[in-house]
Design a protein around this ligand. Structure first.
Ligand code: HEC
Length: 168
């Protein structure tokens, strides 16, 4: 437990500069919400055990393995309804061992810690109900889905992290 606590602290320390940036651009309404989403110890543990092996403990991903970075990027997807669905339906999330409520908490924890400055201005946290509704619809082609979202975001002047999966 103390190891996890120490890990949590160092993780939050990493996230602090980004969170401070969010305060400047995001609404004040976000601040308390983001703080509670990002401080969930159970979501932190679930992320580390189920996602962190590939996405890394700092959310940077591993570009040589085509695991995209979440940092200053993953929050952008919350600006589109289909972007929220995408976050739930990607294989690593949808096919994880996590229950719907746990996965919702992990997604909320991720955006709060890795990409608070990019969130939709009217961001609402993911819920178990939203996760449960989208999760069964697995992508036939996740690469094409990401490309479509990327194009939509670019039309809004927004650029998500590089996505190299499927491009070799
Ligand atoms: C076995 C490695 C692996 C694990 C474990 C994993 N992922 Fe992923 N994840 C990937 C890869 C590779 C991609 C890029 C391909 C894709 O979109 O599926 C990705 C993409 C994503 C994306 C889209 C990011 C973007 O910028 O398009 C999200 C969101 C995501 N993963 C969430 C999760 C969550 C949440 C978990 C844990 C519950 C998780 N992943 C576990 C490998 C993994």
């Amino acid at each position: 437990m103390s190891g996890i606590r120490a890990g949590l602290l160092s993780c939050l320390a990493l996230a602090l500069p980004a969170a401070a940036g969010a305060g400047e651009t995001g609404s004040a309404r976000h601040d308390g919400l983001l703080e509670s989403m990002g401080a969930s110890v159970s979501a932190y543990k679930d992320y580390m055990l189920n996602c962190g092996g590939c996405h890394r403990y700092d959310g940077e991903g591993v570009s040589r393995n085509a695991v995209p970075s979440f940092r200053n990027s993953i929050g952008l997807f919350t600006r589109l309804p289909e972007g929220r669905e995408y976050m739930i339906r990607v294989p690593g999330a949808a096919q994880s061992q996590l229950g719907n409520a746990e996965l919702a908490d992990v997604l909320n924890w991720m955006v709060a810690n890795y990409s608070p400055g990019e969130l939709a201005p009217d961001f609402r946290p993911f819920t178990a109900g939203e996760v449960g509704a989208a999760r069964p619809y697995r992508f036939d082609d996740v690469v094409a889905a990401r490309r479509r979202l990327e194009a939509r975001l670019r039309q809004l002047g927004l650029t998500p992290a590089p996505y190299l999966y499927g491009s070799n």
